[in-house]
Design a protein around this ligand. Structure first.
Ligand code: URA
Length: 252
């Protein structure tokens, strides 16, 4: 069948989940088109096709929504938590539409989190190749020596692959703990915490203070706002350029 759009794209544009998560829904056999379960990713769907996910009808493309949430610590970055914990969606009352998180912050991590129903943008932003800049403030145990900071900058092997070069700066220390600013251009699972663990400086607190051009300015933990059109355009540019923004100041 060579008509319409790929099913995972149609699902993502309908606000079901990110494109990648929609692919997983398909391969898990949770999606039907015109009453027939689809498991292959090549299948297309056209206007008029009846699409269901878990037996629930999927409605057409939704009005695009782009949200910036100051994620507080103590909630999960998923739509539903099997353990019944608070989720990031619990903070978005009054939004009037369904969105899904772009990437993930750990339960204990706070900071900038983008949520959208724009599956294309989300897909680009989450792709490791696009490398949108992410800036974290981390409080770590002890006082990392210069050599340790350089090791973090140069790259550390995690799961058999070395992390890309990153920027690490010291904001201050009281000898027992130290505040670092870490700028990454990739987003592997629990990357900051695992990098810090591997140099034996446990991460005591972690906040993402910047994602591309987006910061926490004007927000408090748990509050959110819509992104302005220029901010959405900035994210698109960042994703497309592979390296974000003119502003690439070194934080060292
Ligand atoms: N790195 C981590 O370790 N955790 C996050 O939530 C984000 C980046």
């Amino acid at each position: 069948m060579n008509r319409g759009e790929r099913l995972q794209k149609v699902l993502a544009q309908s606000g079901i989940a990110s494109r990648r998560a929609c692919e997983e829904l398909i391969t898990a056999g949770r999606v039907k088109v015109n009453g027939v379960t689809v498991r292959e990713l090549g299948v297309r769907a056209a206007p008029g096709d009846r699409i269901e996910v878990d037996g629930q009808p999927v409605h057409g493309p939704q009005k695009p929504l782009y949200v910036l949430l100051y994620k507080p610590a103590g909630c999960v970055t998923t739509a539903k938590d099997p353990e019944g914990r608070k989720t990031v969606l619990d903070f978005l009352s009054g939004l009037g539409g369904r969105v899904f998180p772009v990437g993930r912050l750990d339960y204990e991590t706070s900071g900038v989190l983008v949520l959208t129903n724009d599956g294309d943008l989300s897909n680009m932003l989450m792709h490791p190749r696009y490398g949108v800049m992410k800036v974290y403030e981390a409080v770590v145990a002890g006082r990392p020596k210069d050599g340790v900071l350089q090791t973090l900058r140069d790259g550390i092997e995690l799961d058999g692959a070395t992390t890309s070069p990153c920027e690490v700066a010291v904001l201050g220390t009281d000898g027992r703990s130290t505040r670092l600013v870490i700028t990454l251009h990739e987003g592997r699972n629990r990357q900051v915490r695992r990098m810090l663990d591997s140099v034996h400086h446990a991460c005591l607190r972690l906040t993402r203070v910047r994602y591309g051009d987006l910061t926490l300015r004007g927000l408090r933990p748990g509050s959110w706002r819509h992104l302005r059109p220029d901010e959405v355009a900035g994210l698109r540019r960042a994703a497309a350029a592979g390296r974000p923004f003119a502003d690439r100041r070194r934080l060292r």
